[in-house]
Design a protein around this ligand. Sequence first.
Ligand code: ARG
Length: 297
Amino acid sequence: MTTHNTAEAVSPAQAPARTAQHRKYLMCRPEHFTVSYTINPWMQPANPTDTAVAVAQWQTLYDMYLKLGHEVELIDPIAGLPDMVYTANGGFLIDGIAYGAKFRFRERGPEGPAFMDWFRDRGYDVREPVEVNEGEGDFLLVGDAILAGTGFRSTGDSHREIGEVFGREVVSLTLVDPRFYHLDTAIAVLDPVQGVEHGGPEHANIAYLPSAFDEASQAILAERYPEAIRVSDEDGSVFGLNSASDGYNVIISPRAKGFEVQLRERGYNPILIDLSELLLGGGGIKCCTLELRGPAR
Ligand code: ARG
């Protein structure tokens, strides 16, 4: 069971005990990584990219997941789809049901069916999307609810669709800063498990960047997650929130200095991994990681 800290800031000695939970992830080795088009403000095709560096950095993340005891599955990279390394966008899975992605931009379009084929081959129950949505880039499971982003990529209609697929509450949040075009660049789910003793998803734990959201969404987040870590604009703008947590270990960018301290104060174990090369495509740690939740092979 997870305990939750209500104090503003506590010393590590007072911080609650956190528990690492086992995770199963899907990743894609960036063998074809490059930046050849621009679909977010980070992507500048004129800046050179180094595929070997991208692969080496990605490998450190992959190795770390295994070291932490997690399982990692791999999908084969496809030539001509340089963004396929960002597997978070490939779908959204709970209990063995895989809601497929339908990409906003033509350049990534073929990734949708490629990921759905992979899910099908592995025995997941695939639900083909009608609406434009970019998977776990814009959908995050927190407690029983799905937080859903819109504004740049996934549409409001996809929020309705995902609610129908999973029969869960969907909380729509509107992103307003083009640098944070996917929800997973503006919110990190630190602990998706709801506090049983409190009986509500509001006691699961997140971190977020308030300025990435419109006012109405900021109010929703403040109300639902009063204990959330609010990161600084400085940490947000180096993709500090694009991180992966198992409930105790939180893999973050080494550039997110303040976030690292905030995590430690709350009893998490920040682990620094630099994916600077993949940031040239506008992605980070979380973007390269899709959680495979549920019973399939
Ligand atoms: N170049 C990719 C795009 O713009 C990056 C995707 C990042 N993924 C994420 N989950 N935030 O679509």
